[in-house]
Structure formats: structure tokens, C-alpha cells
Design a binder for this molecule. Structure first.
Ligand code: ADP
Length: 493
């Protein structure tokens, strides 16, 4: 099939710059742009959250035939009138999406209790919008549990004739978030009640599991790095679904995420203090000094070490917290940007209070500061317990900030240990999930930082690593084409 004819419909809970909680929003946006450049027709369906209202959205149609159980839900679909290259569709519904948070209530941090209804509405409304537009994609690209019921809807006849049996690719961005709900919610799908039974595609441990349904019903499945695609088939990383994944191992792929090299470009980034490149690194020093000033750190020539992260167990913050006394004794500075678990937030705040000239902690979501930390830091930490792909290590390398990462998932695929003998490699890795191993990784990086010539070479290596989306977009096109050709063969459990 010629790629210029391929039509792809993405359905996702996040799409940058409209909405972003983590990597999902970045990936959906950057992959779509890269596909567009390869001549693919892409349309992205995503919710019209309250904060999306700051974009000039134009209503394109009403939705009034969406049923959840016995209840008829109304909504509308919109496009961004200022966008000339892209067609993003925003699914609106007062009750489900017109609120401050994406998944959680910002005040309490609790997940919204109607997340099943909200994201089920996204899938159903996307299908209905396509129906009304009479646009038939060749492939639905469904992202994470939020869009995971869509393949089942297509297979089990929940849609009008012309969309039925359309091929699907289901991307797992993070297997730990599965969309698990009470079994009683199943009737809201309108799918035959007898499709829910123990060990069926929808059931796991007695509950409705959306991720499992996506894995079982999609034509093809992928995760966001080759290493993670192997890890999730093991009991250790499979989050209870490893057996289901092993059953579909012949349809399971790993495609490494890229990064948006226009949004993350140290040569033209409007959010940083001074531009720089691998050939002229002088601007990086200016970024460091300004970052120290802005964050109350002393203006000193010591390694400045950054973390930008959701403060979740996944991210290995417990390892960092466990070595606080050793960190205090190192002549380094630390800047941390993140939100999440209250325990970690409190712990990190204590660090900053104890030692304000060497610890700067920002408990907020701040895109501008994220760019400034990438540009101004020397070293970047990602001690993740597991990491499907990880974007920050790639942003770091592009900004000449050397990552210290744990060897897992996409971190293992993107970071090569620096070897001072051969001067090859672009970062530092540690293997065991132990605080001492993290400490050793940091110490290795700091020791190398002190040798200016060696460090310069390492920065050069990191900055010249290619993480552009084109390579990954071509692999996705390959998967879309495979999914289309498999259509008649795929067999749900
Ligand atoms: P995950 O998707 O698991 O959160 P990734 O590394 O794949 O991790 O992507 C995280 C993305 O979210 C990056 O773009 C990172 O810069 C951004 N991010 C995370 N926390 C914050 C924050 N507090 N402020 C600004 N950006 C953040």
C-alpha cells in the first residue's frame, strides 16, 4: 500500500500543547507531526478539557447519539481554527471534560471517580464523529488504557458498517496504568454482557480491565521501546498481564519514542536564557548561571544536577531520598522539578529547607522551568524502577546535560555508558535498584565532570545522538501497514 494514502486516526487522552501530564502528550503530538511529514493523513481525537479553552476552538458538530448503558450522553466536536497543518479533533462534554484536571482532581490529588465514563465517552464520541464526517481511517492508533476499548468496539460490532473491523494498533505507554474498574461498569459499554466472564478479554482479577481488552482485541500492539516490550512479558514487569502479552508476543513490537527536535532545540529554544550548540557550547554556561540565580542556588562552578519527574514510585525517587546524607556531603547542587506523591514532595521540601543554597525544589508543573533545567544542568538523574521509554534523558542529551540512568526499558535502549578509554558513550548507567548503585552512578558522573576535556567529549557525544522522530515514524508506518494486511487474520481471544 502506498504510504501517501494511509489514513491514521489517533485516539489519546493527551496531546501537547493542548494537554500534557507526561510523555503521552508529547509522543502523540510529535509522532503525528512526523507522520504528516511522511505523507500520512493523521487525525487526532482528544478531550476538550477546561484548559484547552485557551485555544481558539471552533465547533464542527454536535454529538447526541452516544449511549452509556441506558443513558444518552451529548457532546460536540471541535477543531483548532488557528491550526493550518493539523486536524486535531477535540471531544467536548460539559460533565466529563470541563474540569480542572486530566485524570485527577488537582485539589485532592484523587483520581476522578468517573474516569471510566470519561474515557469511554472519548472512544465512543470519536467513533461517532468519524461516522458523521464519513472519514474512514485505515488504522486506529489507540493510546493507553483510555482508548483501549475502541478495538473491541470495532470487533464486536458496536459501530456502523463502514468503520467495522478497521485495523487497530494499540500502544502501551505505561503498563502500570491499566484502567481497572468495577465489573458493574461493563454494562456501560453496551457490549454483549456475555463477553465479560472470568479470563475473558475484559476481565482480570474479577475487575473490568481496559488495558487487557486493548491487548486482546487490537490487530497489533506495541510499547515505546524494544527493551520494555521484552520486560513486560516477564512476571517482574508484566503488572499481572505478562501472560496475556506472551500470548500475543508475535504481534507485540517495541518502537522507541523520538523527541520533538523543534520544541527541544538548544539552538532556538525561546524558553531558555541563551542558545547553544555542540560546536559552540558557551551559551550553556549562561543558562547554568541564570538557573542558579533564578532558583536561589549559589553561583558556583560545581556540578548542577537536575531531576524533572512525576514524583511516583516508578521514578526511583525513593533511591534519591535514601542517599540524602551522602548527597549533602557532595560538593554539588541539585534542582528538582516535579509533582506527585505527597510523601516525596514533603521529603524533597525538607531537603531544600535544610540546605537552600545547594537544593532547589519546585513542586509544580512548569514547562518553562523544565526547559531551563535541561539547558542549565550538567547532569540529569533518572533512577527509574522501570521506564517504558522516558523522554527526559533524550531531552537532556540534546541539551548537553549528561544523564545518569538505571538500565531499564527505554533508558537501557537510549543511554550508552561512557567509556573514558575509548571516549564512546553518551551517559552513565547503573543496574541494581539500590541507593548505593545510584550513588555510584552519580559519583562516576561527577568524577568525569572534573576532567574538562573528557566531559567536553561526552557532551559532544550526547548532543550528536540522533533521537529525531523520523526513524520511529517510519517504524510506525510499517506497523500500520502490517496491521492493515493482518486485518482478516487477527483473532481475539
Ligand atoms: P512519564 O511519561 O512517565 O511522566 P517521560 O520522561 O516519558 O515520563 O515524560 C515526562 C514528560 O513530562 C517530559 O516532557 C517532562 O519534561 C515532563 N514533565 C514531568 N514533570 C514535569 C513538571 N513537573 N514540569 C514540567 N514538565 C514535566
Amino acid at each position: 500500500m502506498p504510504t501517501d494514502k494511509l489514513k491514521v486516526c489517533m485516539v489519546a487522552a493527551e496531546a501537547y500543547p493542548y494537554s500534557k501530564v507526561g510523555g503521552l502528550g508529547d509522543v502523540v503530538a510529535a509522532l503525528s507531526s512526523a507522520l504528516l511529514e511522511e505523507g500520512i493523513e493523521v487525525r487526532v481525537f482528544t478531550p476538550f478539557y477546561a484548559h484547552v479553552g485557551r485555544f481558539p476552538l471552533e465547533k464542527r458538530g454536535e454529538l447526541n447519539q452516544i449511549w452509556m448503558g441506558a443513558r444518552r450522553c451529548e457532546g460536540a466536536f471541535y477543531v483548532d481554527s488557528s491550526e493550518s497543518t493539523f486536524v486535531n479533533y477535540f471531544i467536548g462534554n460539559e460533565e466529563f471534560f470541563n474540569r480542572a484536571g486530566i485524570y485527577h482532581c488537582p485539589g485532592s490529588g484523587e483520581e476522578y471517580l468517573d474516569n471510566f465514563e470519561r474515557f469511554n465517552f472519548l472512544s465512543l464520541a470519536s467513533l461517532q464523529t468519524l461516522n458523521q464526517m464519513e472519514w474512514k481511517p485505515d488504522v486506529f492508533h489507540c493510546h493507553d488504557w483510555h482508548a483501549a476499548l475502541l478495538p473491541a468496539y470495532l470487533k464486536l460490532g458496536q459501530v456502523s458498517g463502514f468503520l467495522q473491523n478497521t485495523s487497530t494498533l494499540f500502544t502501551i505507554h505505561n503498563l502500570a496504568y491499566q484502567g481497572i474498574f468495577a465489573r458493574e461498569k461493563f454494562f456501560l459499554t453496551g457490549l454483549p454482557e456475555d463477553s465479560f466472564y472470568p479470563a475473558s478479554a475484559f476481565e482480570h482479577s474479577g475487575k473490568l480491565n481496559m488495558m487487557k481488552a486493548g491487548i486482546c482485541y487490537a490487530s497489533l500492539i506495541n510499547t515505546v521501546s524494544p527493551q520494555y516490550s521484552r520486560e513486560i512479558q516477564t512476571q517482574e514487569f508484566g503488572c499481572g498481564l505478562d501472560e496475556v502479552l506472551r500470548e500475543r508476543r508475535n504481534d507485540l513490537y517495541g518502537v522507541l519514542n523520538g523527541i520533538d527536535t523543534r520544541v527541544w532545540d538548544p539552538q532556538s529554544d525561546p524558553l531558555i536564557f541563551a542558545d547553544f550548540s555542540a560546536d559552540d557550547i558557551s551559551g550553556k554556561g549562561i543558562n547554568k548561571t541564570r538557573l542558579q540565580q533564578l532558583s536561589g542556588l549559589a553561583e558556583r562552578d560545581v556540578p548542577l544536577i537536575g531531576i524533572i519527574s512525576r514524583l511516583a514510585d516508578q521514578k526511583g525517587i525513593d533511591l534519591f531520598v535514601a542517599i540524602k546524607d551522602e548527597l549533602d556531603r557532595m560538593d554539588c547542587q541539585w534542582i528538582i522539578l516535579g509533582t506527585g506523591s505527597k510523601t516525596y514532595e514533603d521529603e524533597l521540601e525538607r531537603f531544600a529547607r535544610r540546605n537552600p543554597h545547594s537544593f532547589s525544589v519546585h513542586l509544580e508543573f512548569n514547562d518553562q522551568l523544565a526547559h531551563r533545567i535541561e539547558a542549565g544542568s550538567d547532569i540529569f538523574l533518572m533512577p527509574s524502577r522501570y521506564e517504558p521509554c522516558g523522554l527526559n534523558q533524550m531531552y537532556s542529551m540534546r541539551y548537553g546535560t549528561i544523564p545518569v540512568v538505571r538500565h531499564t526499558g527505554g533508558l537501557a535502549d537510549t543511554v550508552q555508558d561512557f567509556d573514558p578509554e575509548t571516549r564512546s558513550g553518551n551517559g552513565f548507567k547503573f543496574y541494581d535498584y539500590r541507593p548505593e548503585a545510584l550513588l555510584e552512578g552519580i559519583q562516576k558522573a561527577v568524577k568525569t565532570w572534573k576532567d574538562k576535556a573528557l566531559w567536553r567529549q561526552l557532551v559532544r557525544n550526547a548532543m550528536s545522538t540522533d533521537f529525531s522522530w523520523r526513524r520511529s515514524a517510519l517504524q510506525y508506518i510499517d506497523l500500520y501497514q502490517k496491521a492493515v494486511s493482518l486485518k482478516s487474520l487477527s483473532r481475539p481471544r
